[in-house]
Design a protein around this ligand. Structure first.
Ligand code: 5AD
Ligand code: SF4
Length: 347
């Protein structure tokens, strides 16, 4: 295959995506990253959109095999933030000049339909923030209620597009349902984010190409790819960590395939490489998601060990992230950073 030709094609085939993900030579990989950087600039400019995260509960009713928050991990201390604490933290995020809050938790039914609606509504009343929910699979009527309460976006990663692997990683859940939830969310007007983990046991390069293609099929507004990091006290504790290089190649290939989407340089990537964010931003990513969860909860949201910035004060960690973004010549966006897709209502 001719790399130069592929990098400039409008539409990539599955085989061509696999070819890109399999590149090994430095020169070739740099050509891929350079082209992804160009496509990013063309569709999203030099602005980096910040999304302030509040990890408001680390209780989880699921048992995903790779995750530190899984129900059967009895080694961690669980916490729940009150609606008032969550709303106050959202105000801090807004005062920092950020335009999106991500309300994130394990799957925790303690927060019922009305509680989540109340939190969304109060944030919308008190700030100009776009609200993203990242709270797992819930009932369809709840998605609808939260949309009416003012939620703008929903983050629900498909984690893997291989049905058998999906069942092996999450034996209480099915890929078919996850896809239906994502379709429904999109249909009722949410801007939707999905994505997958890179480097999970059993995963092949072909699987990753299919993960990117599933994001395309679902017409997602944001696609997130982060490396798998092994977690003590979970079944995958002794497995190998996902590779930085493969994660970056995935981000770059995703940018070439998906074009007008947001792609984050994830905290997981930054946690396994001290320049992870910069590297991600230079090969296709245009979003960073700083963690605003206050102490003493912050240090307890341990999806994986070694999470970057967890020991620091949220405001100083945020300042450092901004400095790093500006140091590579990128600007912090002063807009909500809604979907890049044309013909989609943004509010
Ligand atoms: N390493 C990296 N990311 C993980 N996630 C869960 N477990 C891990 C891990 N061990 C990610 C998943 C999920 C989110 C809650 O965190 O992709 O969507
Ligand atoms: Fe729970 Fe999400 Fe972790 Fe699965 S990945 S155990 S749903 S927090």
């Amino acid at each position: 295959m001719d790399l130069g030709l592929i990098l400039n094609k409008e539409e990539l085939t599955r085989e061509e995506i696999i070819f890109l993900l399999s590149l090994t030579g430095n020169e070739e990989i740099n050509a891929l990253f350079g082209r992804a950087d160009e496509v990013r600039r063309q569709f999203s400019g030099d602005e980096v959109h910040l999304r302030g995260i509040i990890d408001f509960s680390n209780f989880c009713e699921q048992n995903c095999i790779y995750c530190g928050l899984r129900e059967e991990n009895f080694s961690i201390t669980r916490y729940r933030m009150t609606p008032e604490e969550i709303i106050e933290t959202a105000k801090i995020i807004s005062n920092e000049g950020i335009y999106t809050v991500v309300l994130q938790s394990g799957e925790d039914s303690f927060y019922d339909t009305d509680m989540i609606s109340y939190i969304i509504y109060s944030i919308k009343q008190n700030t100009n923030l776009a609200v993203t929910l990242s709270i797992g699979e819930r009932r369809f009527d709840e998605y609808k209620a939260w949309k009416i309460a003012g939620a703008d976006r929903y983050l629900l990663k498909h984690e893997t597009s291989d049905e058998k692997h999906y069942f092996a990683y999450h034996n209480r859940q099915r890929l078919y349902d996850r896809i239906n939830h994502l379709r429904y969310l999109k249909q009722i007007g949410y801007q939707v984010a999905s994505g997958s983990l890179i480097g999970l046991p059993m995963q092949s390069i072909e699987n990753i190409a299919d993960d990117i293609l599933l994001c395309k099929e679902l017409d997602v507004d944001m696609a997130a790819f982060g490396p798998f990091i092994p977690v003590p006290f979970t079944p995958y504790k002794s497995h190998k960590q996902g590779s930085v290089e493969l994660t970056l190649k995935t981000i770059a290939a995703a940018r070439l395939v998906l074009k007008d989407v947001h792609i984050p340089a994830t905290t997981a990537l930054d946690s396994i490489d001290k320049e992870g964010r910069e590297k991600g931003l230079k090969c296709g990513a245009n979003v960073v998601m700083p963690d605003f969860t206050p102490h003493p909860y912050r240090e307890k949201y341990i999806i994986y060990p070694g999470k970057r910035g967890i020991a620091e004060d949220p405001l100083s960690a945020h300042k450092m992230i901004k400095r790093r973004i500006e140091a590579i010549g990128r600007k912090i966006s002063a807009s909500r950073g809604d979907t890049l897709k044309k013909n989609t209502p943004s509010i």
